[in-house]
Design a protein around this ligand. Structure first.
Ligand SMILES: Nc1nc2c(c(=O)[nH]1)N[C@H]1C(S)=C(S)[C@@H](COP(=O)(O)O)O[C@H]1N2
Ligand SMILES: [Mo]
Length: 333
């Protein structure tokens, strides 16, 4: 299979990011960085671009290795989420176009993310619950029946894909740990170790690491809220947030914390990574809404990404709740 090499012009080019050490103010750094990334990626709106680069074979081998993972043998295809009216992204396209800021600020972090250590993974679940537990990955995969769900995915940066996740509904975990009546929110924390997560420019102390996200308990109990342990029929690649990540398809992609190590039930709305950086631009709720622009760009349409080689996209209208209103609108009535 030909390597899918995402063209430079499609994404933020490395030389558009001023090295962070030149910045003195955290806020201006974030603004320029996020502005550069998002602004650049939105410029070609309306365009379609074929890839021309042939990748190096070492990089092709590394990419294949990163997605050539053990098959998940036993899972059901959930008939309610068996397809959407858009094509599923080709696997290598999805595996090369990621956000995972622990490993850097471009879309090309898939290779750097291979340093994430996933052996003997443990997920600690505690806080306001009757049954606090520490699960290892096998516990999670055997205790909770696995299913495949094909979901739309919509990043706040206005790109989108359709992805075939394998995992289990969050409500299954809720039933196992039994939050107490005091628990109103839940906080999810991603793996973070500054010695390992080596993305350039993201590791000076003032950023609110580790990456954290949160939901209301009712959101976590919703049918759609999902934990993924796999994608495309196999274990989750590191760049997608191995070995366990959140998937909340009616919300912007940043709500889907990757590589989760801790889940804590709490009484108050928990702090989250992007909301702490800029609460005006990244709301806690973060429901996909075409009628509410981000302060710096419209959310009315999206660049729908599905195929390679190279990368092409189509402009599509963004749907309220990313098309999942029938499941979740009642939560926000
Ligand atoms: N720990 C962590 N989780 C994260 C992020 C991140 O930077 N760190 N980025 C988020 C954003 S902005 C998006 S769009 C999705 C991207 O998921 P994908 O790369 O698997 O498509 O991951 C989300 N989860
Ligand atoms: Mo995102």
């Amino acid at each position: 299979m030909a390597l899918i090499r995402i063209p430079e012009s499609w994404e933020i080019s490395e030389n558009q990011i001023t090295p962070p050490r030149l910045y003195y103010s955290r806020r201006s750094f974030i603004k320029s960085l996020v502005g550069a990334g998002i602004g650049a990626s939105l410029l070609p709106l309306g365009g379609c671009q074929a890839g021309s680069n042939i990748g190096k074979s070492s990089s092709e081998t590394a990419l294949e290795k990163s997605i050539n993972l053990p098959e998940i043998k036993s899972f059901n295809k959930n008939p309610n989420f068996a397809k959407v009216n858009r094509p599923i992204a080709e696997e290598k396209v999805a595996a090369q176009y990621n956000n995972f800021y622990e490993y850097g600020g471009t879309k090309k972090i898939w290779l750097d993310a291979q340093s994430l250590p996933t052996e003997n993974w443990k997920v600690e679940v505690g806080g306001l619950v009757k049954n606090p537990r520490t699960y290892d990955l096998d516990d999670l995969k055997t205790k909770f029946p696995l299913e495949e769900r094909i979901y739309r995915f919509r990043c706040v940066e206005a790109w989108s894909m359709v992805l075939p996740w394998i995992g289990f509904p969050m409500k299954a975990l809720l039933a196992d740990v039994e939050p107490t009546a005091k628990a109103k929110y839940v906080s999810f924390t991603s793996f973070y170790d500054p010695e390992i997560t080596t993305g350039p420019g993201f590791h000076f102390g003032s950023l609110p690491w580790p990456y954290r996200e949160g939901l209301r308990i009712e959101e976590m109990a919703n049918e759609l809220a999902f934990f993924a342990v796999g994608i495309y029929g196999h274990d989750l690649p590191k760049q997608h947030g191995a070995p366990l990540r959140m998937v909340t398809p009616w919300k912007y992609g940043f709500k889907g914390a990757k590589s989760i190590v801790r889940i804590e039930f709490v009484a108050e709305q928990p702090a989250t990574y992007w909301n702490t950086i800029d609460s005006n631009e990244y709301k806690f709720e973060a429901n996909v809404n075409p009628n509410v622009p981000h302060p710096r760009w419209s959310q009315a349409t999206e660049k729908f990404i599905s195929k390679g080689p190279g990368l092409s996209w189509e402009i599509k209208e963004t749907l309220p709740y990313n098309g999942y209103g029938e499941y979740v609108a009642g939560l926000y009535a």
